[in-house]
Design a binder for this molecule. Structure first.
Ligand SMILES: C[S@@+](CC[C@H](N)C(=O)[O-])C[C@H]1O[C@@H](n2cnc3c(N)ncnc32)[C@H](O)[C@@H]1O
Length: 535
């Protein structure tokens, strides 16, 4: 599944200004997408991939399209077959009076809609008597029946829209590789192939073609959805974007028609590949590459994966236990089994590392153990997260991806949770929020440069403590007008970029609401100009 990173990853070698693009140049990027925006090329390693047919400014729309097919994710919760709202045993739900599958209401907005529960689907599910297999007395057991819904919807296109089915058939299923992996093939056989062919009696579809559809969905579908609803969808063009761990696009999907819009996040020059990240950009190389091999069936060898320092971010590095000065990094990150060693080769013998080497497996075991600890943390528990950072300060690089994830949470909860509401924060806590935001921005400028959700949200979080500290200091007469002006200009810069980036988010999302708040905060800063003159 091509992940929509919403809430969706060392020290940065780039300065802030290098990665921030001119706001005024981006504001004009509203022209509608056109098929002349990209060309499709082919390589032996990547297969087909998309390249820019013209230059793009950050924020420019590259493509925008409605899906070929959408529906529930694999292993999803019980949900409405029309609008995909999650349903609960003790909550309100309704059984479709024809096929017996669960719906949120008899008037669900997705009933008889192209991307909901269509008449054709209802008819097939009714004819196959699939509803009789749904045991409502064991409500959670209903969920296992949903795995076969999207594959069925793809297969139905064969009759209802052969041209769309033909597009799906051109997509890469990686059948040969997947067939050799029992955890994938056997599970699909049991939960999709047998369900469609045996339980529902639709044996006109061969096992091979159903397995191929499963592969196409695993490799090419986008994870989409708003407001707690998670779905997967196939799109006719967007799947052709190749993967890069530092992508040059971002995308949003809208409630209405499940439209996917892909925008340039950085400048893209004609001829450059148009890329997205199939892995989580906030994960370290070992974890990203394992995800890509296990789920997308290829070995990534992008610049970030090939560089032991991950482009100078050190987001997988560990502090050397021998010299305490150097960083332990992989000797060959493109080789899963390569050893790791300390990079401290300083000429000064008093600080030089006597040498430290450790196997990839030991690193994996250590990181797995610490990951479990991170997973046990409550992302609203400021003290718990701060204690974690303190505990591992001599083990993990401050930019290690496990620390980065915690710092991202901290950047957002300082100022929001009980006991830490922004107006009540001490100057120390405000400075802590500011420092964390600045630290993670340095990394985001490298790994998710340009107009990305991650940068937009963090810029917004960064403005708040600076504004609070500035106001307090000014009221206490601790700031000269020149210093006040300098700080307000800094805040203005952050807010302008945050408002611009977050303005691209769909209206129903919390990120969009944050973008609106950024615009309102900008207005308030403009009021300061009345007091102190133009900034
Ligand atoms: C969503 S498809 C992209 C379209 C595909 N190349 C095609 O021709 O249909 C994903 C697949 O493309 C290939 N791919 C994409 N990005 C790649 C990359 N950076 N390196 C190697 N293979 C890549 C892999 O085979 C991957 O499983």
């Amino acid at each position: 599944m091509l992940k929509t990173q919403k809430k969706k990853n060392n020290r940065s070698s780039k300065s802030r200004s290098q990665s921030i693009v001119s706001v005024s140049s981006a504001e004009i990027c509203q022209e509608p997408p056109s098929a002349n925006n990209y060309r499709i090329k082919t390589s032996k390693i990547m297969g087909r991939y998309m390249v820019a047919a013209r230059n793009f400014k950050p924020g420019a729309i590259i493509l925008s399209e409605i899906p070929l097919v959408i529906g529930p994710l694999s292993n999803c919760e019980v949900q409405c077959l029309g609008c995909y709202k999650v349903l609960y045993e003790n909550g309100k739900y309704y059984k479709c009076k024809s096929c017996g599958w669960p719906l949120c209401s008899p008037n669900c907005r997705g009933l008889r809609q192209t991307f909901g529960h269509t008449e054709k689907e209802c008819q097939i599910l009714t004819n196959t008597k699939s509803g009789r297999l749904l045991d409502y007395t064991n409500f959670p057991s209903l969920s296992q029946h949903f795995n076969a819904i999207v594959p069925l919807r793809c297969l139905l296109l064969k009759q209802t829209d052969p041209s769309q089915y033909a597009i799906i058939q051109t997509m890469e299923p990686h059948d040969e590789i997947r067939q050799a992996i029992p955890e994938i093939w056997d599970v699909n056989q049991a939960t999709v192939v047998n369900r469609i062919r045996k339980d529902w009696g639709l044996s006109t579809y061969s096992a091979e073609e159903i397995h191929t559809i499963c592969g196409i969905l695993e490799v090419n579908a986008f994870e989409i959805g708003q407001g707690g609803v998670s779905l997967r969808g196939l799109y006719s063009t967007a799947f052709l974007m190749s993967h890069n761990c530092v992508p040059n696009t971002n995308h949003v999907d809208e409630d209405k028609e499940y439209r996917l819009t892909v925008r340039a996040s950085t400048e893209i020059s004609v001829g450059q590949p148009i890329t997205l990240s199939y892995a989580h950009t906030l994960h370290g190389t070992m974890r990203r590459r394992e995800h890509l091999i296990d789920n997308k069936f290829f070995e990534c060898s992008c610049a970030k994966c090939a560089d032991p320092t991950e482009l100078g971010t050190y987001m997988s590095a560990l502090r050397c236990p021998k010299c305490q000065n150097g960083w332990v990094i992989s000797n060959d990150p493109l080789n899963h089994e390569a050893s790791w060693s300390c990079n401290n080769g300083t000429k000064d013998p008093s600080c030089r590392c006597p040498g430290y080497k450790v196997s990839a497996n030991s690193i994996r075991l250590l990181i797995d153990r610490i990951t479990k600890e991170v997973e046990g943390l409550d992302s609203n528990d400021i003290q718990g997260m701060e204690s974690f950072l303190q505990k591992y300060r001599n083990v993990l690089h401050p930019n290690h991806y496990l620390c980065l994830g915690i710092k991202l949470s901290l950047s957002q909860v300082y100022g929001k949770v009980t006991g830490y509401i922004i107006n009540d924060l001490s100057p120390e806590a405000l400075n802590r929020k500011k420092d964390i935001c600045k630290e993670i921005m340095e990394v985001f400028n490298v790994i998710e440069p340009g107009f990305t959700r991650l940068r937009g949200v963090t810029l917004y979080e960064l403005h708040a403590p600076i504004m609070m500290l500035t106001t307090k200091n000014y009221e206490q007469g601790k700031l000269t007008k020149t210093e006040l002006r300098r700080r307000l200009r800094e805040v203005l810069e952050y807010l302008e970029e945050a408002a611009l980036i977050l303005g691209y988010e769909p209206e129903s999302t919390s990120e969009h609401i944050m973008g609106v708040a950024a615009k309102e905060a900008l207005e308030r800063i403009r009021n300061w100009e009345k007091l102190i003159g133009k900034l």
